[in-house]
Design a protein around this ligand. Sequence first.
Ligand code: GLN
Length: 449
Amino acid sequence: NHYLKIIHEKNPSLNAFLEVYDEEAKAQAKLVDEKIQNGTAGKLAGMIVGLKDVLCHTDHRLGAASKMLEGFESQFDGTAVERLLKEDAIVIGRQNCDEFAMGSSNENSAFGAVKNEIGTNRVPGGSSGGSAVAVQAGMCMVSLGSDTGGSVRQPAAFCGVVGLKPTYSRISRYGLIAFASSFDSIGIFAKNASDVAITLEVIAGKDDNDSTVSQREVPSYSELVNKKSDKKPKIAYIKETLHTEGLSEEIKAATVSKIEKLKSEGYEVEEVEFSLLKYALPTYYILITAEASTNLSRYDGVRYGFRSPNVTDLESMYKRTRTEGFGKEVKRRIMLGTFVLSASYYDAYFTKAQKVRRKIQEAMKELFTKYDFIISPTTPTTAFEIGKYEGETVELYLADLFTVPASVVGIPAISIPNGTDKEGLPIGLQIMGDYFSEDKLLAFADELM
Ligand code: GLN
């Protein structure tokens, strides 16, 4: 009741939830309460969770914030959702996001922009903007989002909450609407590292429904998050990140002062060079558009949701449905992806980007033989004004400059709050760790908060 009250108070101005499951959540709460009384409650009993509109939840609307999925309902639970429910979490609603998770400001939703609670003229970041704001504004305790190139970490930074993108393949993607399959990860928002840890512990791990998911055992993240390592971790920061054009002076200063603080507390923090860093963003945008154009070919007016009424034959049904159903940014990505995959450009773009991806992965792996963590700002700026990048697509793509490398490499990364700028807008600190080091990453994040 507490959370429903806050949602009904705040959602009309913030637009974080597309749908709220009032009666269902109350009924579930009652059930969980009974289980608590008789000692059979699961690990997440009482945890109020919101789901980004890209996660399958049986008999619930699912829309990727797109007109394309108008009226579509999921017939099954995605693995993450199923595991949450099994441990007695209470799903309170479905959260707004950028259409098909494409964007960095949550202005690309077919259901209107989400507003940052800090100032409703400010974007919350994207694409999981609704999920970030829901936690920021106290509308739920935990949100599940998706992070393909920063969509959990970047809005977490803009909203002053914690956001984790785990190692690629740590969490099953079964029941997550596909954007770029070799990058997509389900991510977790909360106000602290402990809530992220227990949620991760529940939803991570092997799954017969996703052949790419890791078979590794899932450690007890919720216990390990409180465990201080015997040996102080060794930390690096990448020289190039702090010399990035467009990096706000205040964010730079906040990052440098964090580095100084760590040093004064006895951590070894070293500057390293990473000359391939500048290739991460172009590599990302070539590969994800290619994968997206392939994944989104399934929305043809036959199988899911929307079908244009203005059709004369099969061909026109495909064309009109896709023309009317997809928004501008999604169409841009499909066209870019189709271009980089076309016979005459395939080698020049797609194959080349795959090779560069491998190079970046190898260089990053090398860094993790010497360091436990790499820290950087999460974003080059704080939350900008709604409409600021209207028509300036490439400028907006730069918002992902610092988050994209971990996605290209597939390593885990977390954004934690690191103070505010003069206007009171939250600043994020990103910590990247080696593959499957979520236990250490969460413990370190907890220590720093
Ligand atoms: N903002 C990035 C993009 O538009 C990241 C999206 C995401 O992580 N889903 O591609």
